[in-house]
Design a protein. Structure first.
Length: 604
C-alpha cells in the first residue's frame, strides 16, 4: 500500500515537472518573439531618430555658416572699389565684435577685376585695410574659374580641391569690359578655419545631437562630396563612407547669391542692350553657388542629397545600428533567460522542498509508530509481570526475583527510549551538550562499554578493546559523549550479531596536524547498503534491513550522535562494505592540560 502511494506521488511529481518544463518552453518561445519584435521596433526608432538628428545638425551647421557669411556682406553696393573695401572692412569689424564664432574665418579676401585680370586683395586684421597679395598656388583652379566668369563665360562648376573657400560675387554695372554690362564687380572670398570648425562648431553640434554626456553614441566622419579621400573631420578610427555608415547628410551648403538683395545698382542699359536703367537680376545659380530656397526643410539624404559641399557620415560605436540593437537584444534575452531559469530553479526547489517535507513527515509518522511500538512492548511486559506478582502466580523467591529482574530490564529500556527522545528534543533547541571538563579517553570508553554490557552480552558478540597508552585528555561533556559511544556500541550489537564480533579502539589520529583523538567502533555484520550511506545520519531514518528484520530502534541514535560529536568540534564518518561489516570513526580534538584551579572556572 505504501509502495503504491509513493508511486502515485512520484508520478504526480514527475507530471508536475514535465508541465513546468513545457510551460517554461512556451514562455521562452514567446519571450524570444516578443524581444525580436521589440528589437525591430527599436531599430526603426533609432534609425528615424538618427536621421532626424542629422537633419537638424545639418540645418544648424548651414544656418550658422550662412549667418556668419551674411554678416560680412555689405548692405549696399558702393560705386568705387575703395568704398567697397571700406564697407567690407567695417562689416568684418562689426562681425568680429558680435559673433560667437568670430574665429570661423582665417582670411577675408577680395578678387578684384583689374586690366582684364584678377587681383587678390587680403584684409589685414590688425589695420583693417586691404592690400594686394599673390594668388596661392593651391587656389589656381579658383582663379581660373573666376577669370572665366570675368571674360564672359560660366567659369565651370566649383571644384572640390578647396573644401573651405566661400565665394560671394558682387554684381554691378561695368562699361570697361566687353560683354553684358551687368557683371561681377568683385568676389568676396572667405577662407574657413577648418581647425576651428573641427574643434568647436562640429564638436558642439555632434555632442548636442549624437552625444550622451561627454561621449558620442556614434563615430562620425566629414569628407568632401566629390572626393571621399579628403577628410575634413573624423572621430576615432572611423572611415564611414567606406564601411557602410548608418546614415549620412550633406553639410556646408552656402547660399551665395541670396546675400545680395535684388536692388538697383546705378545707371546702366535699359531693358535692351542700349536701354535705360533696369533693376538688378540675379543670374541662375551654379551647383554650389545656388541657394536652398524651399529645400532647407528637408534632410539632404531625402531630397536627392545633391546640395552641400561636405558629407557627414555616422556609424554607431558598436559597429552599426544593427549590431547595437542585436547586442541589446541578446542582453535582454540573457536577462529574461536568467529570470526564467531562476523561476525554474525556484519551482524545482519548491518541488524538492515539498517532497523533502513530505518525506520528513512520513519519517516522523514512522518514528511515532516505532516509538509507540518500542514503548508498548516493555510496558506490556511490565504490566504482565506486575499482574502475575499480584495474582500470586510466583510463590517462590526465585520466581519473584526473576520477575523483578524482568521489570528492571524493561524499565531500563523505557528509560533509554525516553532519554533518547528528550536528548533529541534538547538538541533541536540548541542544547546539545552541557558543562565540559577534561575527560580521560580510556575511562570514557570503559564507561560506555559497561553501560552497553547488557545489550552486548545479549547479542552474544565478542568485544575487543584496543586503547593506546597515554592518550591526551579531551575537553567535553561526559554524559553526552558516553551516550554517543553507547549509541554506536548498541548499533554494533544490534546489527553485528551475525559477525559475533564488536571492536572499539582509541588512538591518536596520524593524519591530522593538530592533536586529535580517534575512537573507532566496528562490527563484522552485514554492512550498510551504498544507497543508504548518505541518509544514516538523518533524524528518524531507519534502513530497509532494520525495518525488515524488525530490529528495535527509533531512528534518532546516529543523528543525535553526530550532533554531539560536532558540538565538541569533532567529526564522525563511516566506512562500510556489504557482507564485511561497518566501522564508525569519531575524531575529537585533544584538550590542552588545564590546572585544577582553572578547570572549575572553565566549567562555569
Amino acid at each position: 500500500m505504501n509502495l503504491e502511494k509513493h508511486g502515485r506521488q512520484a508520478l504526480l511529481s514527475w507530471l508536475f515537472v514535465v508541465a513546468l518544463v513545457a510551460l517554461a518552453a512556451v514562455v521562452a518561445v514567446l519571450q524570444y518573439r516578443w524581444i525580436g519584435e521589440v528589437s525591430r521596433a527599436e531599430r526603426e526608432r533609432l534609425r528615424a531618430t538618427l536621421r532626424s538628428n542629422l537633419h537638424r545638425l545639418s540645418q544648424d551647421f548651414n544656418a550658422e555658416i550662412n549667418a556668419d557669411v551674411a554678416a560680412l556682406v555689405p548692405r549696399n553696393t558702393a560705386s568705387s572699389q575703395k568704398s567697397r573695401e571700406e564697407a567690407y572692412a567695417n562689416r568684418y569689424g562689426q562681425w568680429r565684435e558680435s559673433s560667437r564664432h568670430n574665429r570661423l574665418f582665417r582670411r577675408v579676401l577680395l578678387a578684384v577685376p583689374q586690366d582684364n585680370s584678377l587681383v587678390l586683395r587680403d584684409l589685414d586684421f590688425s589695420r583693417m585695410t586691404f592690400h594686394t597679395v599673390e594668388w596661392p598656388q593651391e587656389w589656381s583652379t579658383v582663379r581660373e574659374r573666376l577669370a572665366g566668369k570675368l571674360n564672359g563665360g560660366m567659369g565651370g562648376p566649383v571644384t572640390d580641391d578647396q573644401p573651405a573657400l566661400i565665394e560671394i560675387p558682387e554684381f554691378g554695372f561695368r562699361e570697361a569690359f566687353a560683354g553684358p554690362p551687368w557683371r561681377e564687380l568683385d568676389w568676396l572670398i572667405l577662407a574657413v578655419d577648418l581647425d576651428y570648425v573641427r574643434s568647436t562648431l562640429l564638436h558642439d553640434l555632434l555632442q548636442r545631437y549624437l552625444g550622451t554626456g561627454q561621449t558620442l553614441d556614434y563615430q562620425a566622419e566629414v569628407v568632401m562630396t566629390g572626393s571621399p579621400g579628403t577628410v575634413i573631420y573624423r572621430s576615432g578610427n572611423f572611415s564611414g563612407l567606406g564601411e557602410q555608415p548608418d546614415a549620412s547628410v550633406r553639410l556646408f551648403d552656402v547660399q551665395a547669391l541670396q546675400f545680395r538683395a535684388a536692388r538697383p545698382a546705378g545707371p546702366g542699359p535699359g531693358p535692351g542692350r542700349f536701354g535705360g536703367p533696369r533693376p538688378f537680376a540675379t543670374p541662375f545659380p551654379t551647383r554650389h553657388e545656388g541657394g536652398l530656397r524651399g529645400h532647407m526643410n528637408r534632410p539632404p539624404e531625402m531630397d536627392g542629397g545633391d546640395r552641400g559641399r561636405w558629407v557627414l557620415a555616422v556609424r554607431h560605436r558598436a559597429g552599426s545600428l544593427e549590431a547595437a540593437v542585436a547586442r541589446t537584444r541578446w542582453r535582454n534575452l540573457g536577462v529574461s533567460g536568467a529570470i526564467l531559469v531562476l523561476m525554474m530553479a525556484a519551482m524545482a526547489a519548491l518541488v524538492l522542498v515539498g517532497r523533502r517535507a513530505q518525506r520528513f513527515a512520513e519519517l516522523q509518522m514512522e518514528f511515532v509508530a516505532g516509538v509507540s511500538h518500542e514503548l508498548r512492548t516493555p510496558l506490556s511486559v511490565i504490566c504482565t509481570a506486575g499482574h502475575n506478582l499480584q495474582g500470586g502466580v510466583a510463590h517462590n523467591p526465585g520466581r519473584v526475583q526473576c520477575y523483578g529482574a524482568l521489570i528492571q530490564e524493561e524499565g531500563e529500556k523505557l528509560t533509554a527510549i525516553v532519554e533518547q527522545v528528550l536528548r533529541f528534543a534538547s538538541a533541536k533547541t540548541g542544547h546539545v551538550i552541557g558543562k565540559q571538563e577534561p575527560l580521560s579517553v580510556e575511562a570514557l570508553i570503559e564507561d560506555a562499554v559497561e553501560a552497553s554490557r547488557g545489550l552486548i552480552d545479549q547479542s552474544r558478540c565478542t568485544l575487543e578493546k584496543k586503547i593506546a597508552p597515554e592518550l591526551p585528555p579531551i575537553l567535553g561533556d561526559r554524559v553526552a559523549l558516553q551516550h554517543a559511544l553507547q549509541n554506536l556500541l548498541s548499533n554494533a550489537a544490534k546489527y553485528g550479531k551475525r559477525g559475533d564480533w564488536i571492536g572499539i579502539s582509541g588512538s591518536m589520529d596520524p593524519d591530522t596536524i593538530a592533536s586529535t583523538v580517534e575512537i573507532r567502533v566496528a562490527d563484522h555484520g552485514p554492512g550498510i547498503p551504498s544507497g543508504e550511506m548518505e541518509q544514516i545520519f538523518d533524524p528518524f531514518y531507519r534502513g530497509k534491513k532494520a525495518v525488515e528484520d524488525q530490529i528495535h530502534g527509533t531512528g534518532l541514535g546516529l543523528s543525535l550522535t553526530k550532533r554531539i560529536i560536532e558540538a565538541h568540534r569533532g567529526t564522525i564518518s563511516v566506512e562500510s562494505q556489504q557482507g564485511k561489516g561497518t566501522e564508525f570513526i569519531v575524531r575529537i580534538p585533544a584538550g590542552r592540560p588545564v590546572a585544577p584551579d582553572v578547570i572549575s572556572n572553565s566549567l562555569n
